[in-house]
Design a protein around this ligand. Structure first.
Ligand code: UD1
Ligand code: MG
Length: 460
């Protein structure tokens, strides 16, 4: 059997009230359209056609890394029937799967089942339906006295009697023989909306006595996103599905309601995720890690036994086993932290590597720095990496001790085992094993305070 798939994604999504095309609105960090594509892909269709229109370039660009997709452009948004008609030229003879790009919860299994039922029953047209009174705005499936599908009427065009009688709703997922595509030409423009409804094909096929059927499946899978409220509801279901998967694999969530884990994140067993946490993008968390409240970790890799303390932001960075980051730390992109290292309160690190066992525990900025192992960076250390035009590197070799409140004016190297005295401004390289100190000598003026007091009194 040859299978072609058509995903409808040209609509404006007027009800979203957004400049962004609806199908690019994100559900847990990825455009909702990707979920539909991901559900279809395992069916291995020979052709996968996405109908784009509103924001066509934006949609195409957002999917540029997807293989084997072809795009057709629907210049005028004349409805779902017109959208499929535009894709016809791309399709192969055989079975065609058509689905809306705004239903991110559909699963591969349900699609597979539908195709199976379609073929077993030798239908020319099969589609998914569901029953849920709480979901407004879907097409209603009309059945005759014998229970045979006779058409679909959109909710907004249905009469009160139809609304009362027909409770089975259209999921917007259709499997058809290519012959059925000939009926597209016969769909009439809807009088009130000016659109060509794909759903009208059902009445046409039924009217000719051809074999067709609607198969119910779990309502949840067919929930479409038409409004921001539905976007939230669907995102929440996706969120729950992801968290349940990780719980099944041995991850503890203290409050699953407030943790957000993107679909491509992985988390090792025995890790514990506290409330109000965001694990995003391609993040990989090792085993036995603890992610405390307020952490956001984006596109980063954490080893095993890593602790991320409260209110920490980690972006595009790597952290070795046994290390601790935070509270209130910020690892900016391209930070590489070794094993058993400690990055503490109010420390910002950018494009730097920090060796095994090194510590920067308080109030520090390390940018464009290469820090060896077992280095102690005192509180308030700043790498002065930028002269207003260019960025320069600071090298701190292994075993160095940087005293508190030091400024390292890059480019500069502190040799292995050297000490830098607290409060120094280092502008020249420090040889290995040396002590660098740039403070002026302290002077104590004995009795100064009392003298000042007397002076202030006499002035009054
Ligand atoms: C559609 C169905 C409805 C079904 C529901 C399921 C029609 C007429 N109605 O309604 O019976 O219950 O889906 O979710 O089909 N699109 C285009 N070009 C267009 C118009 C729409 O590509 O000219 C795309 C949209 O981007 C969207 C999909 O088709 O991904 C469905 O369009 P939408 O406007 O959301 O239809 P619904 O009102 O949800
Ligand atoms: Mg819709």
């Amino acid at each position: 059997m040859s299978l072609s798939a058509v995903i409808l994604a040209a609509g404006k999504g007027r009800r979203m009230k957004s400049a962004l095309p609806k199908v690019l609105h994100e559900v847990m960090g990825r455009p909702m359209l990707r979920y539909t594509i991901d559900a279809v892909r395992p069916l291995k269709p020979q052709k996968m056609v996405v109908v784009i229109g509103n924001g066509a370039e934006a949609v195409r660009n957002r999917l540029s890394d997807e293989d084997h997709l072809s795009f057709v452009v629907q210049e005028k948004l004349l409805g779902t029937g017109n959208a499929v008609a535009i894709a016809v030229g791309e399709l192969l003879e055989g079975v065609v799967l058509v689905l809306n790009g705004d239903c991110p919860l559909i699963t591969t299994k349900t699609l597979k089942d539908l195709i199976k039922k379609h073929q077993r029953s030798r239908n020319v047209l099969s589609f998914l339906s569901f029953i849920d009174d709480s979901m407004p705005g879907y097409g209603r499936i009309l059945r005759d006295e014998r229970g045979r599908v006779s058409g679909i009427v959109e909710d907004k065009h249905a009469t009160p009697a139809e609304r009362k009688k027909f409770k089975e709703l259209n999921g917007g997922v259709y499997v058809m023989e290519t012959g059925v595509l000939n009926y597209l030409d016969r769909i009439k423009k809807n009088g009130s909306s000016g659109e060509y409804y794909l759903t009208d094909i059902v009445g046409l096929v039924s009217g000719e006595g051809k074999k067709l059927e609607a198969y119910t499946c779990p309502a949840e899978e067919l929930r479409g996103v038409n409004t921001r409220k539905e976007l939230y509801e669907i995102s929440n279901i996706v969120r729950e599905r992801i968290i349940e998967k990780w719980m099944d694999r041995g991850v503890t969530f203290i409050d699953p309601e407030t943790s957000f884990v993107h679909p491509s994140v992985s988390i090792g067993a025995e890790s514990v995720v506290y409330p109000n946490t965001y694990l995003e993008g391609s993040t990989e968390i090792g085993k036995n890690c603890i992610i405390y409240p307020g952490a956001r970790i984006q596109d980063s890799v954490l080893g095993n036994n890593v602790v991320v303390k409260d209110n920490t932001l980690i972006e595009e960075s790597r952290i070795g086993d046994e290390s601790a980051i935070g509270p209130f730390a910020h690892l900016r992109p391209k930070s590489v932290i070794g094993r058993n290292a400690k990055i503490g309160n109010f420390v910002e690190i950018k494009k730097s590597s920090i060796g095994d066992g090194s510590k920067a525990s308080h109030l520090t900025y390390l940018g464009d720095a290469v820090v060896g192992s077992d280095v102690n960076i005192g509180a308030g250390t700043i790498t002065c990496n930028y002269d207003g035009k260019n960025k320069f590197t600071t090298v701190i070799e292994s075993g160095v001790f940087i005293g508190s409140d030091t400024q390292l004016v890059a480019p500069v190297t502190v040799g292995s085992g050297a000490y830098v005295a607290a409060g120094s401004t280092i502008t020249k390289n420090v040889p290995s094993g040396a002590l660098a100190i740039t403070r002026i000598k302290q002077k104590n003026l004995e009795g100064w305070a009392n003298k000042r007091k007397l002076k202030v009194k006499s002035e009054k």
